[in-house]
Design a protein around this ligand. Structure first.
Ligand code: GTP
Ligand code: MG
Length: 271
């Protein structure tokens, strides 16, 4: 999935990304996409309605892995209609987590938020996630497994069980209700505290939580919705990658000496 890194193509950006500071929006929303053209218009509509008069300036950075499904045209129309959307198209690499990290590089705001494109993550939770960060949280998560949260009825028993087992496997790493969450916000400064991010597969939030050693974590309840349009990209391969990812995170947290030895070997190699 994560393959060689090459420069992405930036499409539909009328002005080059400026460093955060003067003229930067308050919030950067990063959305990784692969074949989500059907969802993008609805997503931007939902987000615009949720942020109206609450967060005056924001940008949405869509990082697409060359979907070739009309996403570029949809983004062009959205921009033409005045939506603060920027599209990055990557043509030589694929992967949800690396797409999110590409989005981080382009984000200009002091607060960053990551959400899926498939409307699973209710836009109404953006303000509470954002304000949790302003009030001092280091990491705010849209959570299904805290009081008030949940998933809609269309979640099959199999899907629910998968999510529960995956969460349970991560419990020794982080004491939060929903370690599988893909809907989260954090202050830009957290990125500087993360030790070498190298997420394998889907769980970038889990990677960041552990590698930043964040302790002030806030969980905002969300009602997770099943996608209506387009296909899920969560395949068996992602589940295997998740197990590999977990192993690297357990090493990081509980067996740092293994990491050190590996690092030493790495240095030896180059000497
Ligand atoms: N850029 C990029 N985005 C991806 C990739 N795989 C998935 N995504 C996006 O990541 C988000 C989550 O992917 P989903 O397929 O919805 O996975 P999921 O939410 O775990 O599974 P479902 O609930 O079954 O949809 C969506 O916005 C996808 O379009 C990828 O390889 N590259
Ligand atoms: Mg989804």
């Amino acid at each position: 999935m994560q393959s060689r890194a090459t420069s992405p193509i930036t499409v539909d950006v009328s002005s080059p990304p400026r460093p955060h500071g003067a003229g930067a929006p308050l919030l950067s929303i990063i959305v990784p996409t692969f074949q989500e053209a059907q969802n993008l218009g609805l997503l931007v509509q939902d987000v615009t309605a949720a942020l109206d008069r609450v967060i005056p300036t924001w940008e949405m950075i869509i990082v697409d892995d060359n979907s070739q499904d009309g996403s570029i045209d949809v983004c062009r129309s959205l921009r033409a209609a005045g939506s603060p959307v920027r599209l990055i198209v990557r043509t030589h690499t694929r992967g949800l987590s690396s797409a999110v990290m590409e989005g981080f590089r382009h984000a200009r705001a002091p607060v960053l938020l990551v959400m899926d494109a498939d409307l699973s993550h209710p836009a109404a939770a953006i303000p509470p996630l954002y304000f949790a960060i302003l009030e001092g949280a280091e990491f705010a998560i849209g959570s299904r497994y805290v009081p008030g949260g949940g998933a809609d009825d269309r979640w099959s028993m199999y899907r629910w069980l998968n999510s529960k087992v995956a969460s349970w496997l991560a419990k020794p790493l982080v004491s939060i209700g929903d370690p599988m969450a893909g809907y989260f916000a954090f202050p830009r400064s957290l990125l500087w505290r993360c030790e070498a991010l190298n997420p394998i597969g889907y769980k970038i939030a889990l990677e960041m939580l552990i590698k930043s050693r964040a302790t002030r974590i806030c969980e905002i309840p969300i009602q997770f919705r099943t996608r209506q349009f387009g296909k899920s990209k969560l395949k068996f391969k992602q589940k295997l990658l998740y197990l590999c990812h977990l192993w690297t995170l357990y090493q990081f947290k509980f067996f740092p000496f293994l990491r050190l030895r590996r690092h030493d070997q790495g240095i030896d190699q180059f000497c």
